[in-house]
Write a protein that binds this ligand. Structure first.
Ligand SMILES: NC(=O)c1ccc[n+]([C@@H]2O[C@H](COP(=O)([O-])OP(=O)(O)OC[C@H]3O[C@@H](n4cnc5c(N)ncnc54)[C@H](OP(=O)(O)O)[C@@H]3O)[C@@H](O)[C@H]2O)c1
Length: 430
């Protein structure tokens, strides 16, 4: 066996403490797999006195993680602090500049600065590994980078945020509204006190930007992700989706189109016959389509101490074993500039719900707007007509262009045909 791989863990919160626990629990197993001991030497967090439920006495403590990043007693820095900028970025950059490998779970950092960091890693001759940054315990980074290396990928998509999936699943099961279920999820610890990153789709977009780069060999381009969250999803839409044979999921989708690479995050209606429609609760799933392998799907827990630490430690085993693979599957200098496909040019089918007051002429106004923008209707659904009261009218369209759909909705609002803003959810055929 070679000399021990000396690990410095910066950040001892949910994932950091989980990582220490895995390394302590499976020391012998990991040493056998890696061919050498994987040994924590130094740790850092904000408050030294905090009880983290793990023994830390054997490790040198740093109040400042930047000191850990420079330490001569550390071969690999595990960054589990978080944040796209600030101290996490400083720790990662400094560690690499000091010739140390980096393992991180920080999707925000990789989504914003992934290309630059991969270049820095190659320049320094060190590994940059971030399996834990996407879909927690699911080894999707390795699957795309190594397992599917033989394929040209056409599409990758998935349920990448457990909080959103938990909320949507609970809304469907209970018939309750979004705000109510969110409040409960916060009480149960399934949603953060500040849930914006999750429910507004930003966390999913971070992960999608990373998957896109791995799948298509393009520079990480988080800014090009079209991002919508789940705040607008209502119990009524979930009920209509059920009736039409669909489930509503927040998906991150990246695919090649004739206009460039599309990256989008938004609620989708997917046929309930699809396996991914049944990934419920806090689970994540990713589907990747390759030209030779066809469709592959990966499922598992997307967050939490155990699953995320599992991914962090798998990266450490890789680092301990030695030979390096490029962070994004091709050398960072060879990553292509991503040409973003404009969302306005997206083609797909749509579900739209209008709230109308049942009066003569309303349907003619809606039909007229559809006709004017060449949007063709597939089905229409209306329940309970109560003259003078507002009622929902739901329609689905055949494939059309996003720009035409948006213009149609604007025209319907303009004509005064509806009493609330229309709700639009994209149908994904897959
Ligand atoms: N939680 C998950 O399930 C999950 C899943 C996938 C990826 N991730 C990613 O993993 C990373 C860590 O997440 P987490 O949930 O473990 O966060 P967390 O529980 O909030 O832990 C953050 C840790 O960083 C420490 N820290 C914060 N600022 C610091 C500073 N200036 N100097 C030194 N230490 C500092 C904190 O110290 P104290 O403990 O002393 O406050 C804490 O130990 C994030 O990038 C997150 O996106 C998390």
């Amino acid at each position: 066996m070679g000399g021990a791989l000396r690990v410095g863990v910066a950040g001892l919160g949910t994932v950091g403490a989980g990582t220490v626990r895995v390394l302590q629990t499976h020391a012998a197993l990991l040493a056998a797999r890696a061919g050498r001991e994987i040994k924590i030497t130094e740790v850092s967090a904000k408050s030294r006195g905090k009880d983290r439920g793990i023994a830390l006495d054997a490790y040198r403590w740093h109040d400042d993680p930047r000191a850990l990043a420079e330490s001569n007693e550390v071969d690999v820095v595990v960054e589990l602090i978080g944040g796209a900028d600030g101290v996490a970025g400083e720790v990662v950059r400094s560690a690499m500049a000091h010739g140390k490998h980096v393992v991180t779970a920080n999707k925000a950092l990789i989504a914003h600065h992934g290309t630059e960091l991969a270049l820095a890693a190659e320049k320094a001759g060190v590994s940059l590994a971030f399996e834990a940054a996407v879909a927690g315990g699911i080894p999707i980074v390795k699957a795309l980078r190594e397992g599917l290396a033989a394929n040209k990928l056409s599409r990758v998509y998935g349920i990448l945020n457990g909080t959103c999936n938990y909320i949507l699943t609970t809304m469907r099961a209970s018939g309750r509204e979004f705000a109510d279920v969110l409040a409960e999820a916060q009480k149960l610890g399934y949603a953060e006190a500040d849930p914006a990153f999750d429910i507004d789709g930003v966390d999913t977009a971070h992960k999608l930007a990373i998957l896109t780069s791995l799948a298509f060999g393009t520079e990480v381009n988080f800014k090009a992700v079209h991002t919508e969250g789940i705040r607008e999803v209502s119990a009524l839409d979930i009920q209509f989706a059920d009736e039409l044979g669909y489930r509503i999921k927040l998906l991150g989708i990246a695919r090649r189109t004739e206009n460039g690479i599309e990256q989008r995050v938004h609620p989708c209606m997917i046929r309930e016959a699809l396996p991914i429609a049944h990934i419920d609760g806090a689970f994540n799933a990713v589907v990747a389509d390759g030209d030779f392998v066809d469709t592959t799907m990966y499922e598992g827990r997307g967050a939490g101490a155990g699953p995320t630490a599992s991914a962090v430690v798998a990266d450490l085993v890789d680092v301990a074993r030695g030979p390096r693979v490029p962070a994004f599957a091709v050398p960072a200098g060879a990553l292509e500039t991503l040409k973003p496909a404009p969302m306005a040019a997206h083609r797909g089918s749509y579900y739209v719900r209008f709230m109308v007051v049942d009066r003569p002429g309303v349907f003619a106004e809606i039909a007229g707007a559809l006709r004017d923008h060449a949007v063709s209707m597939e089905a229409i659904l209306q329940h309970g007509r109560a003259p003078g009261e507002k009622v929902p009218v739901v329609l689905t369209t055949h494939e059309t262009e996003e720009a035409a759909m948006q213009a149609t909705l604007a025209a319907i609002v303009q004509a005064g045909a509806v009493v609330e803003p229309p709700r639009m959810i994209r149908l994904e055929a897959f």
